[in-house]
Structure formats: structure tokens, C-alpha cells
Design a binder for this molecule. Sequence first.
Ligand code: PMP
Length: 408
Amino acid sequence: MSGYDVSAVRSEFPILEHEVHGHPLVYLDNAATSQKPRAVLETSRRYYEEINSNIHRGTHHLSQQATASHERARDIITSHLNAGSREEIIFTAGATDSINLVASILGYSGSIGPGDTIAISNFEHHSNTVPWQMLCDRSGARLEVVPVHEDGTLDLDAFHRVLEDREPKIVALSHISNAFGTILPVENLTEAAHRAGALVLIDGAQAIPHLTIDVQALNADFYVFSGHKAYAPTGIGVLYGRRSLLDKLPPWRGGGEMIRKVDYAGTTYNDLPYKYEAGTPNIEGGIALGAAFEFLQGLNLDAVHRHETVLIEQAATALSSLKGVKLYGPPDRAGALSFNVEGIHHYDLGTLIDRMGVAVRTGHHCCQPLMARFGITGTLRASFACFNNENDVQRLVAAVEKGTEMLR
Ligand code: PMP
């Protein structure tokens, strides 16, 4: 794989030097959470060792340093996503938190009411399903689910029928399915949903570590993700929201920072982005997310994506040649490869290959309705990152082959 020095990339991830059950670690659970490179670990350590303090409210030196670093991270994220302005980048605790924020403020604002429709797809993670169900319960709206074809792609005809027949107020879709790795054609879907009059939220939790995201070209109203799947710490995430919309929508959580003036007769709220950032944020996490994006930019995200795609194709080819292996999702998947072996429970095989040092995810991947659609309780999912290499693929395939023999 010319031009991409995976050995150099691997040397940036200290955890890869560790053994698991006496074997060098093969980490293929990046869709659940990615490992962290030295640049991110160092940033977090330096934050606590050198500038730890609360932001925005302090006049002292450390507070100003921490504030400047935190706001600089917002600028890095703004440019990484090509957002129109830094006010559109809201720090949250993660994708789940961002989706709950959007669902709540759309509810508070009365944007959704009895008889209205909220459309999602059968791919959605529980965190892009349950907040909308809760909003339906509160508002009297109904949830419409766009089905998924047997080949693991979205039923586009059904999507367009839902837009036409139900005229949904909100359409919420994942960019990449965390369960199957399917890439959804989100630009086209967003355009069609807008033409039908809907607001569009894209769940980018799985896209952010693999694809170059341009929120202006994509043109969705909201784009959400977590930092921890993109080499940053847990507990930090982002809501990108169109400024003209967020300016009009009401605040969500009340507290410090989100106010301009508090008076018992009535409180006035802060401007964006602080209007949606009540309370002390995950300061270190925000700064480390900036460092993670700089790390990714340094690798060149397109090169990372090409590298990962070659590995996923190698794994798909090798696994599908093993007896009884069924792959899920289309061949042009990104990030994750889901499979089952006939007659063997995913949990048993996952546990066995862990003993061989190979970490994959087993289970429903927080997509129970998708698993039900395919008549399964779960899959094994190998998910890739910038540091995985051909040896990881070979170790995975060998472990699946050996584990299968042991369980048969
Ligand atoms: N959406 C998708 C597609 C995901 O894969 C995940 C995490 N598995 C989430 C949302 C939720 O992310 P978090 O738990 O970090 O909030």
C-alpha cells in the first residue's frame, strides 16, 4: 500500500505494544471505541499538568490558557468539518447527547406535533432511535422507519415514498451503519428530504473517523458524532447545527455559561455556541478532540480511508471463503465488517477468538431492530482504524477458522 506507512502509524499507539492472553493485541473493535494515539494522550496529560482550570469565567492566567486552548479546538473542529462558522460547533458529551439535544429542542419549540412524522431508517443505532420515539411519545408524532434491503442497503424507493406520502418533519439517518458498515448516500437523501420540507439530522458517529466530512456540501441541518470513535477521549462529542436554525431554537439545559443575564424576573440566554453549553464542559476532552483531528489531518483522511478499505476487502474475501460464513452489508462497506458462522453463536466465537488476542465486537451493536429484520440476535463485527494492518486481517481470519473448528 504505497504512500501509507502503517508501521509508523502503529508506533503512535502505545496500547498496541500490549499483549492480551499472551498474544500481541489485534484490536478490531474501533467502531465501539478507537484506540488513542500519543498526540492525543500527550494533549490530555499536558492539559492537566500545565493548564488545568475552569474556562470562560476566570481572569487568572491558567483559566485564560485553558479557555484559549478549548476555543482553539473549536476552530480546528470548525475547519475539519468545513462548517460555515465556529458558532455552529457545539461541544456535547457525544453522539447520544447531541441527538437528545436536537430531539429535545425541536420538541420544546413546538416544531413537531400530533399527527406529524419523524422518519428514521432500520439501520439506526438505538441512540438515533429512542430519542425520536421519546419525542413521538411526548408530542403525538409517529415514527416511520425506512426499511433495509436483504443486501444490507437502504430501500431508496421506500425512502422516497415515505417523503412523498408522510411528508416527515424530521429525517434522522446514519451516515455509516455501525452494524454493517453500509455507507448511506446522505447528500442525495438530505436533498430529497429538504425538498419534501423536512429537517435533516445525520448521525456521523461512524463516518467521522473514516470520511472527509464537509457539512456545507452535505447541507444537513444537524450533524452529530462522538470523539471517542475518532481517536479522542470518551465523554466528548459535537453537534454541528445550522446557525440560522440554532439561533431560533430554544435552549436545552439551563445553568452556567448558557446565560447572558440571570434575573428572577426573567433570564436572558447567551449567544451560540454557549447557549447550548450549560455547565462546565469536558475541557480536556474538547482540547484532545482538536488534537485527534490534527492527528487525522496529518495522516490524510483519504489515505486512511483507502488503507482501511483494502483491509476490509481482504478480510471480507478471506472470511467468505471459510465454510458457513455469512457476511452482512454491501461490498463497498466502510469501517466495519459484520458476519456470522452457521451453527455457531457469535458470542461463543467472539469469546474464543479473544483468547487468541483478537478483539472484535459481538452482539446486536445497539441495533436490535436491524438484527430482528435479519432474523438474528447479533453478529461478530470487526471494525478497522488507521493503525490496522494486513497481519491483523490474517490473525482475524486464522482465529475465526480455528475457533470455528473448535466449536463445531
Ligand atoms: N450512532 C452510531 C452510528 C454509533 O455507532 C454510536 C456508538 N456505537 C452512537 C450513535 C452512540 O455513540 P455514543 O455512545 O458515543 O454517544
